[in-house]
Design a protein around this ligand. Structure first.
Ligand SMILES: *Cc1c(COP(=O)(O)O)cnc(C)c1O
Length: 424
């Protein structure tokens, strides 16, 4: 459930008409709902009530510091994958001891900064990384808390580009090798193994792959403990899917996910870490855009929007479905047609929806691309020299720009002309 709904014929974000935001900030613009962010975090967290659970929001889904601060105030930790994300999380007020650091290519600088900040744990993805982390920690006179990300080799049955738990993926260490790796950690003076970690993919709409993977990892933790490793927690990753297309997908609710985890964990005396990203932010945001033109192709109607694949790349990258709705509520029994919603970028993949049933729209209409709060603004680029679009946070009756629109001057000023090409 989200807080974007029609009232008096107008699509609202909480109590703010989207048309009001468009008039003030322009389009395209990302708009997030505070109430929805909080609600998703609360419902997710409640699914683990009674368990010793830490919810670390996956910052890569939406790294705006106002979003992070909203979640931090509700008690969320953070799962970060770069120094930039670590800094964002800390600056937004997420305590270091609630931050976990993932990623297959952490640099020495990133390790040093995270050690200095005193993060909860590193989720290590290779033996080489562990050796480097041991060195960096040694130089700083610190002990690095580590979990090894194991690859449980299960098929997440999601889009290939967001599947991470198969042996062919670059992520984690084969779970059969895990014991040897923990043994090695025991030999390294500046590392301390504190947990086991996994993350098998994103937008999972079935609990079965999760369950299979979690059972493997619980088995592994038992073995590791028998070998004398003091494993205190299991980081179960993120990945629970959301209904982008409520008519097509019915992902399990967080309560079912929580119940399954309770069952798999059984009487393991172990705390858990969860890393939801999409589930918290996805349906808490939309991309507001204006229709520029209608164009009749042969047997097709194109609705050309002022937003493009550089602003929201999920459809081009993952064939993702996003609901697209007019800001002015369609009248009852309005006629429908099929249209292709496209952007202005010079790529055939710049398509938000093909042959999408819709009520008629016309140039100048405001159009909302829904479920764009996760993996939206964070993945934007300036392709075609299109400036990064702004982000707005709504809270009840009020709204604020939480990232201003990049100006063309700012965009162009990033280039420099070398002396030998200089005109003077
Ligand atoms: C991307 C990612 C997540 C978040 O995934 P969602 O599908 O957004 O919940 C969590 N953990 C890791 C390690 C990730 O790479």
């Amino acid at each position: 459930m989200d807080h974007f709904h029609y009232r008096n014929g107008q699509l609202m974000a909480e109590n703010v008409p989207l048309s009001q935001i468009a008039a003030k900030v322009g389009t395209p613009v990302y708009i997030y709902s505070t109430a929805t962010l909080k609600r998703h975090l609360r419902i997710f967290s409640e699914a683990f009530e009674g368990l010793d659970a830490l919810v670390c929001f996956a910052v890569k889904a939406n790294s705006n510091q106002a979003v992070l601060r909203t979640l931090a105030r509700e008690g969320a930790g953070a799962d970060v994958v770069s120094l930039g994300e670590l800094k964002r999380a800390l600056q937004a007020g997420i305590p270091a001891d609630k931050i976990v650091f993932a990623g297959v290519g952490k640099t020495r600088d990133e390790m040093a900064a995270a050690l200095t900040a005193g993060i909860k744990q590193f989720n290590a993805e290779s033996e080489a990384e562990l050796e480097t982390l041991n060195e960096v920690a040694g130089k700083l006179g610190k002990i690095a808390p580590v979990s090894v990300r194991v690859n449980p080799d299960v098929d997440a049955k999601t889009h290939a580009k967001i599947s991470t738990g198969k042996s062919e993926n670059k992520f984690g260490i084969a779970w059969q090798k895990a014991e040897a790796v923990y043994h090695r950690i025991g030999e390294l003076a500046n590392l301390r193994a504190v947990g086991v970690d996994l993350h098998i993919g994103s937008q999972l709409t079935d609990l079965t792959p999760f369950k299979e993977a979690f059972e493997r990892v619980v088995g592994l933790v038992r073995e590791l403990r028998e070998k004398g490793h003091n494993i205190q927690h299991i980081d179960l990753g993120g990945g629970l899917g959301i209904p982008y297309d409520p008519t097509a997908e019915t992902p399990p609710p967080p309560t079912a996910y929580g119940a399954m985890i309770r069952e798999v964990m059984g009487d393991m005396d172990c705390s858990i870490i969860l890393e939801p990203g999409r589930l918290i932010a996805g349906n808490a945001g939309l991309l507001l855009t204006e229709m520029l033109y209608e164009k009749q192709g042969e047997n097709r109607t194109f609705y050309i929007l002022d937003a493009a694949m550089n602003d929201l790349s999920r459809p081009a990258m993952y064939d993702a479905f996003h609901a697209i709705v007019p800001v002015a509520e369609p009248v009852e029994n309005a006629s429908t047609l099929k249209a292709d919603f496209v952007g202005p970028v010079c790529e055939s993949s710049d398509v938000f929806a093909k042959e999408r049933p819709t009520t008629p729209m016309k140039a100048g209409d405001l159009v909302a691309i829904k479920s764009a709060g996760a993996y939206g603004a964070v993945m934007a680029s300036t392709y075609n020299s299109r400036p990064l679009v702004p982000e707005v946070l709504v809270d009840g009756d009020r709204f604020a720009v939480i990232r201003k629109r990049q100006s063309l001057e700012e965009l162009l000023a990033l280039d420099t002309i070398p002396s030998w090409l200089s005109d003077d």
